[in-house]
Design a protein around this ligand. Sequence first.
Ligand SMILES: [Zn+2]
Length: 92
Amino acid sequence: MRALSKEQFTAYANGQIEMADQILAGHRQGPGGWCSCGKQLPCTVEEHATATRNRYRNKLALLDSTTALPVLACAAPPRRNPLWRRLLAGLR
Ligand SMILES: [Zn+2]
């Protein structure tokens, strides 16, 4: 099994989302509890396409959330804290 790179997976996921959107365009809630495709609601095709779109949107969001953020300030140990003083003294 071959793993996809981030760019390959992003392209694949966007393709799946676009296809789900195209499918969903033909499945809208109509009058009397019927889908515009002619099935009685809930329409299983609409549910599956919505679930697919949400799944890939969530996966793309997880990819974006792992982006490294810049370091704004370096943390310095509090030198007045006795525990830190003992620790630093022990390292020298
Ligand atoms: Zn439908």
